[in-house]
Each structure stands twice: as structure tokens, then as C-alpha cells.
Design a protein around this ligand. Structure first.
Ligand code: PBG
Length: 322
């Protein structure tokens, strides 16, 4: 035999030399769930090890994560039903606990990269990402609301806005508004290819944000389609996005690869709630090795072409790679 590929696997040191992909704690964004109140830390039933924190305890959590090398966070709010309405008014109320928490985080830890979520669902009595009228999700009317939400979050000091709503034209709409209001340094990480996925289930438990009727298939993408992701990416680039995101990650590694091959912008992937929960559940039963499964998953997302990974594994990964 002339060729023996096993020679490059013969020892740890040789394997290290030929290793193509590394995941670093610096690549990770840790999603955090926020609730109103004090001294609250409530575990999400379908996401063991992941909590909903009140602001005071979230600040402690962030401090602990920073000691492990995690400097980027994406904060999602869980609102009580009583504060939800049809037009998501609470999302741009300057006194709302979400905006106050974002402001507080940036005040205490100016060095962190803080990301926020732009979509109506946590504040909407319909549980949809856009404005609902007669059972339909209205695109252009939703943009106005997303715009107000974006300005309020930028004003709170957020570094990166994450429009996760999948309305057409929202990146350009938000970019223009930000620039007109002197928020030229506020970045946009567009949820470029966000699929109508079953893997968001545990997240909707965490935020009590499941749609009250129907599904999200008129705005989120069909899992069967790849080409549409290129259209979405073209538009996001044109409209001024700073990052392109693919979501979920694991069932969409081909989409990550395609965007990474075709666009010079940094590609992010959202390793979503259901992808975390299925590993956790299997590991809790003793059916999978948690550490090894986590490492392999993050590696595969990076290998597919994502530079940035939003993942609930962030803290566990950082504990072992610090
Ligand atoms: C909502 C939003 C969702 C997620 C992030 N932003 C859920 C949805 O679209 O229903 C899912 C994240 C996850 O599952 O971890 N705009």
C-alpha cells in the first residue's frame, strides 16, 4: 500500500498537528433567559441546566461566565401574559424590565458583547413574531413595530440586534432607522435562514411564547428548501447585515456550508434549544456521553463553516476548555 491514511492518526501529537478545526470559547454566544423580579432562578423544565434569571441573578451569571472566558450573551425575555397585547407595546416601553436589564448589563460590564432579540413573539398576545390581523401575519405593518423595538434596544446599549422574526425587508428597515438615529455602531446579526423547526419547542416553554393559533410557516422557511437561503442571504447583505445566521444548526449544516462558501460576511449558527435538550435528555439517561456529544456537535457546526455559535452548551464547554 502506497497510501496509509492511518499514519496521520497514529498518536495524539500527530493527530493534533493535522487537526483542521478547533472550537474556542471566543466563538460562542450564550443565550440567557430573563424574567422580571428579584432573586429568581427558575430552571426550564425541558432544558435541564438552563435557567430563567431575574436581572440581579443574571448579572451574577454573566460575571461567572466571564471568568470562564465567555464574553458574548444573547438575552431573551419571558413576559407574563398580562403584559402581552396585539401590537407588542411592551417591547418598546422604556421602563420595561427587559430594556432596563440590558442597560444594567452594559453599565456593569461594558466589555461584554450584548445581543438582543428583535421579534414580537415574547410580547404578543398572539404568540407570533409579526402583527396578526384576521389570522394573517402582516409584513410591512410589523416592520414599524420592529423598528421601534430596535431603536429602544439600541438605546439601551445593545451591541448586536438579532432580528429573528423573518419578515421581508426588516434588516434594511432597521438599518436605516438606526442610522437616522445615530446608532451607526449598532450591529445587526440577521436570522438569515431561519427554518420552521420542531427544535424550538423547549425555547417556547422557557418564554411561554408558543403561537396561540397556527404555526410560523408563512414566515419561517420550509426545512425542505436550500435555495431560498441564498435569496435571503443576498437580501441581508444588500440591506446591511453584519452577520448572517442559520438556525437551527444541526439539521442545517449544508445551509451553513453554502452561506459560508458564498458570502464573505461572518456566518453564525444557532444551536437551538431542542438540539441542547435532546443531548441532555439522552445523557441524563446514560445513553450518551454529554461532554463528547457536546464537543462533536460544536465541532461539526464550526467545520460546516460557522465562525460563531449561539449555544446553550456555552458554559459547560467553557468549564472544560478554559
Ligand atoms: C423567536 C425566537 C425563537 C428562537 C429564538 N428567537 C423561537 C421561534 O421562532 O419560535 C428559538 C431559539 C431556540 O430554540 O433555542 N423570535
Amino acid at each position: 500500500m502506497q497510501r496509509r491514511p492511518r499514519r496521520n492518526r497514529k498518536s495524539e501529537s500527530v493527530r493534533n498537528l493535522v487537526e483542521e478545526t478547533q472550537v474556542s470559547v471566543k466563538d460562542l454566544i450564550f443565550p440567557l433567559f430573563l424574567v422580571d423580579g428579584h432573586k429568581k432562578q427558575i430552571e426550564v423544565a425541558s432544558m435541564p441546566g438552563i435557567f430563567r434569571f431575574s436581572t440581579d441573578l443574571m448579572l451574577k451569571e454573566i460575571e461567572e461566565c466571564m471568568k470562564l472566558g465567555i464574553y458574548s450573551f444573547d438575552v431573551f425575555p419571558a413576559y407574563p401574559e398580562s403584559l402581552k397585547d396585539a401590537v407588542a407595546s411592551e417591547s418598546y416601553n422604556p421602563e420595561t424590565f427587559y430594556l432596563k436589564a440590558l442597560r444594567e448589563i452594559k453599565k456593569q460590564f461594558p466589555e461584554v458583547c450584548l445581543m438582543s432579540d428583535v421579534a414580537m413573539d415574547p410580547y404578543s398576545s398572539d404568540g407570533h413574531d409579526g402583527l396578526v390581523k384576521n389570522g394573517k401575519i402582516l409584513n410591512d405593518e410589523t416592520l414599524e413595530i420592529l423598528g421601534k423595538m430596535s431603536l429602544a434596544q439600541a438605546d439601551a446599549g445593545v451591541d448586536i440586534l438579532g432580528p429573528s422574526d423573518m419578515m421581508d425587508g426588516r434588516v434594511g428597515f432597521i438599518r436605516e432607522l438606526l442610522d437616522e438615529n445615530d446608532f451607526v455602531d449598532t450591529s445587526i446579526m440577521s436570522y438569515t435562514a431561519k427554518y420552521a423547526s420542531a427544535f424550538y419547542g423547549p425555547f417556547r416553554d422557557a418564554l411561554d411564547s408558543a403561537p396561540k393559533f397556527g404555526d410560523k410557516k408563512t414566515y419561517q422557511m420550509n426545512p425542505a428548501n436550500a435555495k431560498e437561503a441564498l435569496i435571503e442571504a443576498d437580501l441581508d447583505v444588500e440591506e446591511g447585515a453584519d452577520f448572517l445566521m442559520v438556525k437551527p444548526a444541526l439539521s442545517y449544516l449544508d445551509i451553513i456550508r453554502q452561506l459560508s462558501d458564498n458570502y464573505p460576511l461572518p456566518i453564525a449558527a444557532y444551536n437551538v434549544s431542542g438540539e441542547y435538550s435532546m443531548v441532555k435528555a439522552a445523557a441524563d439517561k446514560g445513553w450518551l456521553d454529554y461532554e463528547r456529544s457536546m464537543n462533536e456537535i460544536l465541532l461539526s457546526i464550526k467545520r460546516a463553516g460557522a465562525k460563531i455559535i449561539l449555544t446553550y452548551f456555552a458554559k459547560d464547554f467553557a468549564k472544560n476548555h478554559h
